[in-house]
Design a binder for this molecule. Structure first.
Ligand code: ZN
Length: 226
């Protein structure tokens, strides 16, 4: 799929190409950000799937939704999820909601690289558990990326990937993504733990942390464990 998307141009017209453009933008951003901090980013491949998929985290049953598998360091994007997002929520399930979901999953990859993800795997799921803190941090990291994506020209098009983002866009997009996501979480994941099978924070908390990343553009401001 990546190969069939001409750079940049198709991102506005084809949904799959738009998802690819977001993936590329996210990884470009984190590569630069790690470099700036004296580290080295190792990319996570993206696997697009419909229905079922086998991963190092086990076989995902029907319609599990997008997720990150720490064991094989890949982001799995369920195309059915993005269809539902669009058909159930229309405009609010559009480009920003999709981008947020992808950036959130890459946030888990960042946590895997920094070692934070391992802290959440203690089996607890309550409101103050590390599992929730990991989710909120991934939302904050998605916001950090969005901050950059509204300001920095995209490598393929020379224009920022996100034209503008209002508080309302953020609220509606995150709500739509969460609503579709919660449906899917019923259809349990068989196998090892992935972040998406853990508890997420409340809608308010999630927006608050996304906004924290979006406002500051600084991953150091995403310490949800403090
Ligand atoms: Zn997550």
């Amino acid at each position: 799929m990546q190969q069939s998307c001409r750079k940049g141009r198709d991102a506005n017209t084809r949904e799959d190409c738009r998802l690819v453009a977001v993936v590329n933008s996210t990884q470009d951003f984190w590569r630069q950000e790690f470099q700036r901090r004296g580290g080295r980013y190792s990319p996570a491949s993206t696997v697009f799937f419909s229905g079922q998929v086998n991963t190092a985290c086990g076989a995902a049953s029907k319609a599990v939704g997008p997720f990150y598998c720490p064991a094989d360091r890949q982001v799995y994007l369920d195309l059915g999820f993005f269809d539902d997002l669009r058909t159930k929520f229309g405009a609010t399930g559009g480009p920003f909601a999709q981008a947020y979901v992808i950036a959130h999953e890459y946030g888990h990859h960042i946590q895997n690289l920094t070692g934070t993800l391992a802290r959440a795997q203690n089996g607890q799921t309550g409101a103050n558990s590390n599992a929730v803190k990991v989710e909120l941090q991934a939302d904050c990291y998605a916001g950090v990326w969005a901050h950059n994506a509204t300001r920095t020209p995209d490598e393929s098009t020379g224009r920022p990937l996100i034209k503008s983002l209002t508080d309302e866009d953020i609220r509606d997009g995150l709500n739509a993504a969460a609503a579709v996501g919660d449906d899917r979480i019923q259809e349990k994941f068989q196998g090892r733990v992935t972040p998406e099978s853990w508890t997420h924070g409340s809608a308010e908390q999630r927006q608050q942390w996304f906004y924290q990343g979006y406002r500051t553009g600084d991953m150091a401001q995403c310490n949800t464990f403090r």
